[in-house]
Design a protein around this ligand. Sequence first.
Ligand code: FPP
Length: 253
Amino acid sequence: MAKAKNQPEGEAFLAAIPEEKKIRSLGVIMDGNGRWAKARALPRTAGHIAGAKVVPRLIGDLRELGVRTVTLYAFSTENWKRPKPEVDALMGLLARYMKEVVIPKIESDPGFGVRFLGDLGKLSPDLADLCRRAERMGQGREFLCNIAFNYGGREEILHAANEAIAAGELPLTEEILERHLYTAGIPDPDLIIRTAGESRLSGFLLWQAAYSEIYITKTLWPDFSREDLVAALCDYYRRTRRFGGLAPEEGSL
Ligand code: FPP
């Protein structure tokens, strides 16, 4: 109740954030689908289906709130360890989601594009083709939704380093490595939201998260609402980011 009461205040606070301070890039670790399903005595896959339904609404809310890039952690390199029926269900869900939601959205909305972060080589050729086709169709759009799928931060860094070494780009520098990351050209996340209460990154954007602010909410992903998003963004805008330096008011002895 208290949250609902604060909602209009939060929206007004966000509306007053100046353009140059706005979050450019947001990361989301969508956790808690299994717990959401368990609490309803449903199979875990029902939690993933409910979780996928949150994504279009989140994207609409982000666009209204002035965030132009979001990166969603949908399947990690470690998620292959889950029981095969759950892995198969997640692959099937991505395929359905691409055909029924993402591609029609790219076709109908000239401002929306997607990009995949991760090694798509381990997906079925049909699913990988669908992902690559969607990327090509939505290139250069104003709003970018990155889907981290078969993604792991350590794997990404190794992959980037190996690519750079193979191209003879030595000695490695931050700039060279960044050009070979899956996220090349995408701003580092200003804020990472993790749902379902766990306080860890679980391999998400390990290189890019060096100075990201992290916000953890107990809300399970399928319950994540605009109200939760507004609460996270307000919390972020009330923080002082130092990037290893000092805030202006801390600058004198
Ligand atoms: C973590 O919850 C969530 C996942 C491993 C999958 C996330 C996938 C979706 C939200 C749907 C697919 C999205 C797209 C964009 C196709 P968990 O299963 O670890 O939950 P638990 O910790 O409660 O068990």
